[in-house]
Design a protein around this ligand. Structure first.
Ligand code: KMH
Ligand code: ZN
Length: 276
């Protein structure tokens, strides 16, 4: 089975000062997207920044970004509906109006370092329903084991997502969420038995948990997410040079595991992407 590689190049938390290679302008993002596609990424999880490199959910910029990445690459465009911990719910819902192929949908509230990443049940229900109406495929973000129980409840009460396929992403090693360990990943994978047949998963480990989570995901039939949203250290005392460096490593480890990177076309079919 091939490995789907998602790149999360920017995020909302890392600053350009701490990581000068972080893509924060549209031009930088498009360059990163093209490089990462050439190396084996098939999905891009996008957060954008304003002119001062601060996180923003400005709808005009999100539309422009979606169009620019589509024009320059064949990547599946997944916009973050999580934004930054300070973003209000109505702005997070409005992300869907930028017309992405996919959007993230976090399945519960979680402590997030010194902050709280708030995801009320009714907000999740609204996000899921709007994505169904608009034909946008969700990636359900799982920061803790209980989020999988919430997803089971959501699908049971409100039905399958657009496209009919369920794909989740285990975001591991966030201070306040589940640990980034092989044991935690296997516990999550075990809970997928309660979700629809054929549910797929990716995993990403924050910071130093990147490599153990990558290895555990490949060994258990999962897919990969990597990028500077999740880690800015390539190895001890070695800053990440670019998102391409992280995708190249993921693709090479995936090949070693006999799980070569999946093309965007095959990823579209796997994920049930409804658009073009
Ligand atoms: N930036 C985090 C608060 C998502 O993109 O949906 C939320 C996050 C998840 O990154
Ligand atoms: Zn994100």
């Amino acid at each position: 089975m091939q490995a789907l590689i998602t790149v999360a190049p920017t995020g909302a938390e890392v600053s350009k000062r701490d990581a000068p290679a972080l893509p924060v302008t549209l031009d930088e993002l498009v360059v990163a997207a093209k490089e990462c596609e050439a190396l084996g990424a098939s999905v891009i999880h996008i957060h954008i920044r304003d002119d001062e490199a601060r996180p923003t959910l400005d709808l005009g910029r999100l539309r422009e970004t979606t169009e620019a990445v589509r024009a320059a690459t064949g990547l599946i465009v997944q916009l973050s509906s999580g934004g930054a911990v300070t973003d209000p719910e109505e702005h997070r819902l409005a992300v869907l109006d930028a017309g992405p192929d996919m959007a993230s949908c976090t399945m519960g509230t979680v402590n997030f370092g010194d902050d709280v990443f708030m995801n009320r049940w009714q907000f999740i229900v609204d996000l899921h329903g709007r994505m169904q109406d608009k034909g946008i495929v969700p990636e359900y973000e799982i920061f803790d084991l209980g989020h999988l129980a919430a997803l089971e409840r959501l699908l049971h009460k409100y039905g399958l997502p657009a496209g009919g396929h369920v794909h989740v992403d285990f975001v591991m090693g966030v201070p306040g969420g589940m640990p980034g360990t092989a044991e935690a990943l296997i516990a999550c994978k075990h809970e997928l038995r309660n979700l629809p047949e054929g549910t797929t998963f990716s995993a990403t480990g924050i910071g130093r948990t990147t490599i153990p989570v990558m290895l555990a995901a490949l060994a258990t039939g999962g897919h990969l997410r990597v990028g500077m949203e999740d880690t800015i250290t390539y190895a001890r005392s070695q800053p990440v040079e670019s998102n391409a460096q992280l995708v190249a490593r993921a693709a090479s480890v995936a090949r070693l595991a006999q799980r070569p990177p999946m093309s965007p076309k095959d990823a579209r079919s796997l994920l049930g992407i409804v658009r073009g």
